[in-house]
Write a protein that binds this ligand. Structure first.
Ligand code: GLN
Length: 475
């Protein structure tokens, strides 16, 4: 096995026993990036600052292009932020640096995290390492592809409606969206502030626990950060699900679910039964409204968050060639017209409409009410289940270009992941099979708020009894 193929925990063991140097590992991954990134196109920028290799956990990491990292350009993969440099590190970046993490570079994403395919980036698409004609998923497509292609030992992403879990599923790796408030959002460029959460994308569940140990915890600079003690997540890595109750929502196995995905998830259920878990059929009656609710709430918040990008304070400024209204308004309009891509403009329009007077009650307020109903459904189910299992996405990775002109079908790829964001609960995606065409399949486990440990335990048990996570793409 080459150095760049190691998991982070294996690398750390080798560093501890002095068989491998942290610098050698970093250089090995850099060489790997040089060799395969011209095909995968996960990175949008390499780090300009050379790490020192003296920290406790010197693991080479990739950072999504929406996490403020001092001394690096951070653009949310949007033209409007070209040239923007943050004067400070995001809370998670501080923690990564304090742990000794060695930043490789900044990875691609859908513009402002709007998307499920990594195709709306101003830098062009990232490609799925398992099949370069397919998308890696999104919006954290660069994070997922870099880890799957061994171009990073692990990566950070953000998840507003599925942006960590869906690309993790499409690329055959592990992705966790933590409980809302578990990880500081300070320095995450906001998409929808009541839904956004930062989380790990890793090669296995053990690495997921390790990276959670690094990034979790209270931060007074994020008013929604929760001051709850952080457990040692590696203690949850127990290969035992005996007596645990896994809920299966009947609404999850509906039309539009790819038969191969269904089969893999059903096989996983059988395995859990064999390992001693109890499978319970449950109902989440309001989930059919989750996608519609999300696209009201998320676009409303996005339209408000994106109002700050006006050419005055951040990134790029554009001037029209001739005066139209007055110099200031012309500059705003020109900057925003040229700076935002089509999907960003679509979301700003949808969100502004949902919030406008006369429509607020019919859309935004109603959306908030349905959001509560969806959360209540989940609370009810967790009264007698330890976790809930569903597919992560209804299909495997689709072809580049297949859904770009059909936003509604793109939005539907988040049908399973959105409820966890609306309810603020943690959810993980882990590999559970492959399609006949050789593309990875992922399954999702959702848990109670602040019970990431349960998700890690149940996923770790599955991983210890299967080999999907060991497969590598041929690049
Ligand atoms: N795909 C969803 C969207 O387009 C979710 C994105 C995300 O989680 N950032 O909004």
């Amino acid at each position: 096995m080459s150095l760049y193929q190691l998991t982070s925990h294996a690398l750390l063991d080798l560093i501890k026993s002095r068989q491998v140097g942290a610098r050698d590992a970093y250089i090995a991954v850099q060489e790997r990036i040089k060799a395969v990134d011209p095909k995968v196109k996960a990175y949008v920028r390499m780090a300009t600052v050379q790490p020192d290799f003296t920290g406790a956990l010197p693991v080479p990491i990739a950072i999504k292009d929406n996490l403020c990292t001092k001394q690096e350009e951070i653009t949310c993969s949007s033209r409007i932020l070209k040239g923007f440099r943050s004067p400070y590190d995001a809370g998670v970046i501080e923690r990564v640096k304090q742990s000794g993490g060695t930043i490789l570079g900044i990875v691609n994403m859908d513009e402002f995290a709007f998307g499920s395919s990594c195709e709306t980036s101003c830098y062009g698409p990232t490609f799925n390492p398992w099949n370069l004609q397919c998308v890696p998923g999104g919006s954290s497509g660069g994070s997922a592809a870099s880890v799957a292609a061994d171009e990073a030992m692990w990566a950070l992403g953000s998840d507003t409606g599925g942006s960590i879990r869906q690309p993790a599923a499409f690329c055959g790796i592990v992705g966790l969206k933590p409980t809302y408030g578990r990880v500081s959002r300070y320095g995450l460029i906001a998409f929808a502030s009541s839904l956004d959460q930062i989380g790990p994308l890793t090669k296995d569940v053990h690495d997921c626990a390790l990276l959670m140990n690094i990034i979790s915890g209270y931060d007074e600079r994020d008013s929604t950060s929760v001051n709850e003690p952080v457990p040692d997540y590696t203690k949850a890595l127990v290969n035992d699900v005996k007596g645990l109750r896994i809920g299966i929502p009947k609404e999850a196995f509906v039309d539009g679910l790819d038969p191969e995905v269904r089969k893999s998830v059903e096989d996983a259920l059988e395995l859990y039964k064999k390992l001693g878990a109890t499978i319970k059929e449950v109902s989440l009656p309001h989930t059919p409204y989750a996608v519609a609710t999300y696209y009201i709430v998320a676009t409303a918040e996005a339209s408000s968050n994106l109002a700050r990008f006006d050419g005055v304070r951040f990134g790029a400024r554009k001037q029209p060639t001739q005066v139209r209204k007055n110099a200031l308004v012309d500059m705003y309009e020109e900057t925003r017209s040229q700076g935002f891509g089509d999907e960003a403009k679509r979301r700003i329009m949808l969100g502004t409409y949902a919030l406008s007077s006369g429509y607020y009650d019919a859309y935004y307020l109603r959306g908030q009410k349905v959001r509560t109903l969806i959360k209540n459904d989940l609370d009810e189910v967790f009264k007698d289940c330890d976790c809930v299992l569903t597919p992560t996405s209804p299909t495997v990775a689709f072809k580049v270009g297949e859904k770009v002109s059909d936003p509604l079908s793109m939005y539907l790829s988040d049908i399973y992941t959105i409820p966890a964001n609306l309810a603020g609960i943690p959810a993980i995606s882990i590999p559970c099979g492959f399609s006949k065409s050789g593309l990875p399949i992922g399954m999702q486990l959702m848990g109670k708020a602040f019970d990431e440990e349960m998700l890690l335990r149940v996923s770790y048990t599955y991983e210890q009894n299967t080999e999907w996570h060991l497969k590598k793409p041929n690049l």
